[in-house]
Design a binder for this molecule. Structure first.
Ligand SMILES: CC/C=C\C/C=C\C/C=C\C/C=C\C/C=C\C/C=C\CC/C=C/C(=O)SCCNC(=O)CCNC(=O)[C@H](O)C(C)(C)COP(=O)(O)OP(=O)(O)OC[C@H]1O[C@@H](n2cnc3c(N)ncnc32)[C@H](O)[C@@H]1OP(=O)(O)O
Ligand SMILES: Cc1cc2nc3c(=O)[nH]c(=O)nc-3n(C[C@H](O)[C@H](O)[C@H](O)COP(=O)(O)OP(=O)(O)OC[C@H]3O[C@@H](n4cnc5c(N)ncnc54)[C@H](O)[C@@H]3O)c2cc1C
Length: 667
């Protein structure tokens, strides 16, 4: 079944790969994006962006200074949010932005990711009616300013205050110390003129904890900072350099009472405080991003896998058999072992990302109806997924980069930037070690509920099951039964790690430590339990997707799922062996199966990444281009380096030439 990416003039090695593909790449892509119609829309948007002269890049962004890159990004953003705004649906926006602008951020990123979601879910009706239409029409640009120079994780210790003044019915927003300055918020430095600012709410001298307030930062006409406001850019970073992550100090800035986001927690004119139905509803914008970033991180890994796979199919280096031709590097087992698990993980993350977005939508619906009972489960799952997926993605992208040899180190490959952007996810929206502990808190409750025979939500139902013997390697050749045997073993391992961590914690408490100190003594084990809980969820989610997939792609998805399961189990072998649930022979069996999977997937590897349906423009990689004509493209790319504008650089003329001349004249 030939792959539809084949076109005349392509690298013959890539064409051959595509001709031997055993599944319909469009069918898999349609399944990934939800429907044929969505796939067609995706292609349509890619094509239209490429054809729009307003999005043309005279030279690649890699060769621009930061200021010029920010300028180019802002220019394109204006085109997106004026000319294109009504041509795409909101759910198509991220793809449009990726195509048109790239992945390093743009002026309205935080406006979409956090400003609008905070207002939507936390502003009361009056404030929403006033500000949301303006924000949605891009009359104003906003961001979400929470993190301070001195505190990011521990929100309880944020220092920015919002003190209620009953006499004027205003809040006074203040930055009391240097380290209380807001530091890091995206698009805060230069682009935004409004922000949702997270402050300690103080009423009658009592601190009621972090709450959110809408604050105008800049004049709507001149864009100059308003009195009392110091704001700017925090400087260059590993990546996201077209984003103006910013600093902000507020010197006793007064805002009207109604600019507190009061859908859940409320302050009445006389200063009476009403708490929300769930104490953490003020943290909703973070849950929003955590729920959505899983999918976008899956896409980042998918890009890296696409680059590494295609390049490995066109790159020929060395021989496997003496006297044979130089081989495609994709034929080396080590190369397959580096790259194929990244393809499988990218699919797994994308599937899990889609499920968690649905779960988020259901939770929001509940909250809108006054029910926050789904929130703890969602918070535990998003915290775990956020941590596991960003770490897995970082390792995976770096493996893909290294698998491209020297060219992977060049910005031409797109991989260094991709890594820089992706790895930020380990830190933002809650540092990974911290968020895994949030998951662990929930697991510890789950262990207790299971002991008490209480009902458990689907994501922790496994805590209430009983373990049998591991059937890995004992279920004959039936792949369906093998998948089930592995899933049951993962369930056992996730359950065992959670129970062990709970017992370790209890032991320390019984030994005389307070709960919190005892917790700190077992957090490495707690986080292990959280990771395996999350990896179990991902495996189950992939399995659900496999079972519901059409027969035309069932076989290739099953092969991919086998590789995924075998790789994850070998990667977690320590946990499987630790309590004797699996034995050495079973791990050897899993490794043998994994090596077989590499061979099975080899003919479909290129087509599996083609089904990610990432256009050349979006991929932005000379090595990963669809046609595989990388060598000519590499030369054309390098010629655009500003060092090549002249044959003799001023640096050479001014320093190196005189030095050589002086040295020669000494002889
Ligand atoms: C054009 C584009 C168009 C459209 C785009 C559309 C959509 C895009 C959407 C998403 C974007 C997708 C991808 C993103 C891509 C790029 C992103 C680019 C930039 C990212 C921007 C980054 C922003 C930030 O980083 S914002 C700052 C984030 N900061 C943090 O996350 C801080 C972490 N710290 C905390 O969360 C908390 O302090 C804490 C560690 C959880 C501790 O809090 P606290 O001490 O208050 O609480 P306790 O530990 O005591 O817990 C008490 C209790 O509460 C529970 N809890 C805690 N948090 C929550 C929560 N959020 N929800 C529910 N419950 C919560 C906790 O578990 C405890 O429960 P129990 O008592 O029952 O155990
Ligand atoms: C690219 C990027 C974009 C960002 N965008 C925004 C934004 O738009 N808005 C915004 O408000 N913020 C933003 N941030 C800030 C981000 O949310 C914080 O950096 C993050 O929450 C971590 O906080 P911190 O930097 O204070 O780290 P710290 O809390 O100081 O953590 C430092 C280290 O200490 C350890 N640690 C801390 N606490 C614990 C604990 N309880 N248990 C175990 N270990 C612990 C961890 O190893 C951690 O890595 C952004 C950050 C980045 C990198």
């Amino acid at each position: 079944m030939p792959n539809r990416c084949i076109r005349p003039g392509d690298n013959p090695d890539l064409t051959k790969e595509r001709e031997t593909c055993t599944f319909d790449t469009d069918e898999l892509a349609a399944n990934l994006y939800g429907s044929r119609r969505n796939l067609e829309r995706r292609r349509e948007i890619s094509q239209k962006v490429s054809a729009d002269p307003d999005f043309a890049d005279p030279i690649p962004h890699e060769f621009l200074s930061r200021e010029k890159a920010v300028d180019a990004t802002a220019k394109k953003s204006k085109v997106i949010f004026q000319k294109w705004k009504n041509l795409v649906k909101p759910e198509e926006m991220p793809h449009l932005v990726n195509e048109a602008v790239g992945i390093q951020g743009f002026p309205l990123a935080l406006h979409h990711a956090m400003f609008l979601p905070s207002l939507n879910s936390q502003a009361d009706d009056d404030l929403a009616a006033e500000i949301l239409p303006r924000a949605k029409a891009y009359e104003i640009i906003g961001t979400y300013a929470q993190t301070e120079m001195g505190h990011g994780t521990n929100l309880r210790e944020l220092e920015t205050t919002a003190t209620y003044d009953k006499t004027t019915q205003e809040f006074v927003i203040n930055t009391p110390t240097r380290k209380a300055m807001k530091w890091w918020p995206g698009n805060l430095g230069k682009m935004s003129n409004y922000a949702v600012v997270c402050c300690q709410l103080i009423i009658d001298g009592k601190n009621l904890g972090p709450h959110n307030f809408l604050v105008q930062l800049r004049c709507e006409k001149t864009h100059e900072p308003l009195p009392g406001i110091t704001v700017g850019d925090i400087g260059p970073k590993i990546a996201y350099n077209t984003t103006d992550n910013g600093f902000l100090a507020l010197d006793n800035v007064r805002i009207p009472r109604r600019q507190m986001l009061m859908k859940h927690a409320k302050v009445s004119p006389d200063g009476t405080y009403t708490p929300p139905i769930h104490a953490k509803l003020n943290y909703g914008a973070m849950v929003h991003v955590r729920a959505h970033m899983i999918y976008s991180h899956g896409h980042l890994l998918a890009r890296a896998a696409a680059v590494a796979t295609r390049y490995s199919a066109v790159r020929r280096q060395g021989r496997i058999e003496n006297g044979g031709p130089e081989v495609q590097i994709l034929d080396y087992q080590t190369q397959q072992h580096r790259i194929f698990p990244q393809i499988a993980r990218a699919y797994a993350i994308l599937f899990a990302g889609q499920e968690v977005r649905d779960q988020y939508a259901k939770t929001l619906e509940g909250i809108a109806n006054g029910q926050a009972d789904l929130l703890p489960d969602l918070h535990a799952l998003t915290s775990g997924l956020k941590s596991v997926v960003t770490f897995m993605g970082g390792l995976g992208i770096e493996q893909c980069r290294m698998s491209c040899g020297g060219h992977g180190y060049s910005d031409a490959s797109g991989l260094p930037k991709l890594y820089g952007v992706q790895i930020g996810g380990c830190t933002y929206e809650g540092e990974n070690m911290v968020m895994l502990q949030q998951t662990a808190r929930y697991l510890m409750k789950g262990v207790k509920w299971a002991e008490q025979g209480k009902s458990l939500s689907p994501s922790i139902a496994y805590l209430g099951k009983k373990s049998g013997k591991s059937l890995i390697g004992l279920k004959g050749g039936d792949i369906t039964r093998e998948h089930e045997a592995i899933l049951e073993t993962l369930e056992h391992t996730a359950r065992r790690l959670a129970i062990d961590a709970s017992q370790l914690w209890e032991k320390r408490i019984k030994g005389g430590e307070c709960k919190e100190r005892a917790w700190n003594g077992v957090t490495v084990e707690m986080n292990r339990a959280s990771r395996v809980y999350t990896r179990l969820f991902m495996a189950r989610s992939f399995h659900r997707r496999l079972l519901s997939s059409p027969s035309s792609i069932r076989s290739v998805l099953s092969d991919l799922f086998s590789l995924y399961l075998h790789y994850e189990c070998v990667d977690m072998a320590q946990h499987l062996l630790e309590d004797g649930h699996c034995n050495g022979g079973q791990i050897q069996y899993l490794k043998k199966r994994l090596y077989e999977d590499l061979t099975t997937l080899r003919p479909n590897a290129v087509s599996l990444v083609d089904s990610f349906e990432i256009s050349d423009r979006e991929l932005n990689s000379v090595l990963g281009r669809r046609d595989g004509n990388v060598y000519e493209a590499l030369f054309q790319w390098a010629k655009q380096s500003e060092l090549n504008y002249t044959d003799v650089l001023p640096a050479v003329k001014n320093y190196m030439m005189p030095m050589m001349e002086e040295n020669r004249s000494k002889l």
